[in-house]
Design a protein. Structure first.
Length: 164
């Protein structure tokens, strides 16, 4: 079993306890408590520490890595995770945008968009993943009104709007 502390924590226990008092979020409190318990050697193994804090061992590995690479300030902040999609390339994104903004070739639903991406680009994307992507990037809705119907004739519209 791994020993609880196989790296050096630069802050003193007093600094960590003072930092613990100013935390307003439980997830940051757990991170500081993790460092305090490691510094105090309160537990024999990391698994015992994880069980006590109610976290997964993989989580404590991630926290340790973040602490060692970037320090405690990085450990106590949530940076936005704006990762670029590995599935949707800029080319696919551009084509989706064209197709979504087209009034005559719009998608009938998210399932249609999924089939279209599969046919055009040969990429099989899960329905829910593509749905979330389209909502996030294009603000789509399941039923969105079109500017005009693609089968509408201009002459028929003029005849309809004429007053008797």
């Amino acid at each position: 079993m791994a020993k609880p502390q196989d790296f050096t924590i630069t802050q003193s226990i007093e600094e960590l306890k003072a930092l613990l008092k100013v935390q307003t979020n439980i997830k940051y409190e757990k991170r500081v408590m993790f460092l305090i318990y490691l510094k105090e050697n309160k537990f024999k193994t990391r698994q015992e520490l994880c069980d006590y804090l109610g976290i997964d061992p993989r989580t404590q590995q991630r926290w340790t890595k973040q602490y060692l690479e970037n320090g405690i300030s990085f450990l106590l902040t949530d940076l936005p995770r704006n990762k670029k999609s590995k599935i949707i390339t800029p080319e696919i994104h551009k084509e989706l945008e064209k197709r979504l903004n087209s009034s005559d070739r719009g998608f009938l639903g998210y399932w249609d968009a999924q089939a279209w991406v599969n046919n055009e680009f040969g990429i099989n994307i899960q329905y829910h993943w593509l749905r979330k992507y389209l909502i996030k990037h294009f603000k789509t809705k399941l039923k969105s009104p079109r500017k005009s119907h693609y089968k509408k004739e201009g002459e028929a519209e003029k005849a309809f709007l004429k007053t008797p």
